[in-house]
Design a protein around this ligand. Structure first.
Ligand code: ADP
Ligand code: MG
Length: 246
């Protein structure tokens, strides 16, 4: 692992929803090419943190710099910025009235003015990469959950993002489909993509993560390698959480 400059730099971020503090002075650097896995109980602020990185949530204090740009600044072109950040959610969020291929070509054609032919060629390449090329002309409802999530990943990649954010991408899937989605993410990880992944899949964390972050009540409680978490977690709250999910 080279000591590259951080491509994501989060400093003392706080976020309130009314009285509730969802993020408490969260600081985190992610280097280029790094794979960071975020774990923690429901309600600990994982999604809020991911969403703050592409300003789907505005933070109340602190700073978030992505690829050299302060995304909290009113001057930043957030739509342009978001093109660098692919996001994959628990619910696949495909456009139901578009075919798989159209799901992949729409944003590149509309937002980047890529000619149709070129967008389609790239889309087919990505569909092949996620093992679903033969479904290019079908509608999302015809696909299994695992297939839909692989399409969602390909759709995010179609914009050529520098960073991929995953928010519990396998949590809504039937168990037999989790593996195929994780496999696609592992291949992506090997390609050198910078990835921040919220997941409870500890096998994935062990295999892929450079660093695991444990959050609880809006705070980062503990950070370490996957080995650290499996062999020697430090904090009681971490131990309790791991004992519940492993
Ligand atoms: P996690 O992803 O770890 O389950 P979240 O980031 O979704 O946690 O939520 C952190 C806390 O913020 C939770 O208590 C949740 O109820 C609250 N929260 C999240 N989004 C909103 C919202 N839009 N309005 C009010 N409270 C919210
Ligand atoms: Mg969440």
């Amino acid at each position: 692992m080279t000591k590259a400059e951080p491509i994501i730099s989060i400093r003392d971020v706080r976020k309130f929803f009314g009285q509730l503090q969802a993020l408490r002075n969260v600081s985190l650097d992610v280097r280029k090419g790094e794979k960071v896995v975020i774990i923690g109980p429901s309600g600990s602020g994982k999604s809020t943190l991911l969403r703050a990185i592409n300003r789907l949530e505005e933070v109340d204090a602190g700073q978030i710099v992505v690829d050299g740009q302060n995304i909290c600044s009113p001057e930043v072109d957030i739509n342009l910025m978001r093109q660098e950040l692919g996001m994959v959610f628990q619910s696949f969020n495909l456009f139901p009235h578009k075919t798989v291929l159209e799901n992949l070509t729409m944003a590149p054609m509309k937002l980047k003015n890529i000619p149709r032919e070129q967008a389609e060629a790239k889309a087919m390449e990505l569909l092949e990469r996620v093992g679903i090329k033969e479904k290019a002309s079908v509608y999302p409802r015809k696909l299994s959950g695992g297939q839909q999530q692989r399409v969602a990943i390909a759709r995010a990649l179609a914009m050529n993002p520098k960073i991929m954010l995953f928010d519990e991408p396998t949590s809504a899937l039937d168990p037999e489909m989790i593996g195929e989605v994780l496999d696609v993410m592992k291949v992506l990880a090997r390609s050198g993509m910078t990835m921040v992944v919220v997941t409870h899949e500890m096998g994935f964390a062990r295999e892929v993560a450079d660093r695991v972050i444990f959050m609880d009540h809006g705070e980062i409680i503990e950070t370490g390698t996957p080995e650290h978490f499996f062999v020697n977690p430090e904090h009681e709250r971490t131990k309790l959480f791991l004992s519940q999910i492993l």
